[in-house]
Design a protein. Structure first.
Length: 294
């Protein structure tokens, strides 16, 4: 089975740099990435994939499922600029009587609980001077780069970890915690507990632009207005509830954001997520520019 998975990864790497779509093993996600790059005058000039088997399930009715993880690296050329994009895919492969049949990428956002708080409440009683800060964008981005594919043991890790990771980046950048111990108020992680806004994408989306003290953000109309260290929120289904959060860690040759994220662990990924398993035509975004000082 490992040999068959290795062969599959070799074919996907070849697909990244090939102009042919004739193979029956063509991965739609890779084609979407290539189409997105083509529309931005870019291309993948080199690709690398490293796989690791995580679990091998029990065989049932001659079918066995294998969970595996793939670390992709893409060297991208856009106009005269080169940059490296990386991402981690968590995948499940099906084997029938030991022969590979198909595989698919896991979509962790399907498991997001809908009963958590959707909007932070602000009552206006905070003393503004108590939460003065200066946002250090470079420190936030350096942290995002250091931990994009690992987990800081100083913080709790979550299965859907995207917003927890972004909150850590913002805090290291100078964003002050406040609101403890009220989970529905402020933005904080402390003593093994945390606010909704620290860990839930939809809550952070509401908290940042509505905060009147400490960490806050201004919503802007387009992604090219964002700076490194700013935040993008994603509503994949377009149903009004935001599922995912990323941090801007770079710009492409056209000045558009490249982002880092957890859950779908990735770095220097194009902001629009058109090649994501979670992407739908109904996707909506919020572009949040972090206030540099208060």
């Amino acid at each position: 089975m490992r040999d068959q998975l290795q062969e599959l990864l070799i074919k996907r790497v070849q697909q990244c740099v090939s102009h042919s779509r004739s193979s029956i093993h063509t991965c739609p996600k890779i084609e979407k990435k290539k189409e997105s790059l083509s529309g931005r005058s870019g291309e993948i000039v080199k690709a690398q994939a490293t796989g690791k088997v995580i679990t091998v399930g029990r065989e049932q009715d001659d079918v066995k499922q294998v969970e595996y993880r793939v670390h992709f690296k893409y060297l991208i050329k856009q106009k005269d600029v080169f940059y490296m994009e990386e991402e981690i895919e968590e995948r499940i492969a099906d084997f029938y009587k030991g022969v590979f049949v198909e595989d698919r990428e896991k979509n962790p956002f399907k498991e997001i609980q809908k009963d958590e708080a959707s909007q932070d409440q602000e009552y206006g009683e905070e003393v503004r001077l108590e939460y003065e800060y200066e946002y250090d964008r470079m420190r936030a981005v350096q942290y995002a780069e250091k931990w994009w594919n690992s987990y800081n043991p100083a913080y709790k890790k979550f299965e859907v970890d995207c917003t927890n990771y972004i909150s850590q980046c913002l805090h290291v950048g100078g964003g002050p915690m406040r609101g403890y111990p009220n989970r529905g108020k402020g933005w904080w992680m402390r003593s093994g507990n945390w606010s909704y806004s620290w860990t839930v994408a939809n809550s952070l989306r509401w908290y940042l632009p509505s905060s009147n003290a400490g960490l806050r953000a201004e919503e802007v109309s387009s992604p090219d207005q964002l700076l490194i260290g700013d935040v993008i929120c994603y509503d994949f289904q377009g149903d009004g509830r935001f599922d995912h959060t990323t941090i801007v860690t770079g710009k492409d040759a056209s000045g558009m954001p490249l982002v880092n994220a957890h859950t779908y662990n990735s770095r220097m990924r194009y902001w629009a997520y058109e090649d994501s398993t979670a992407y739908t035509p109904n996707i909506k975004y919020k572009f949040l520019s972090i206030a540099d000082d208060q």
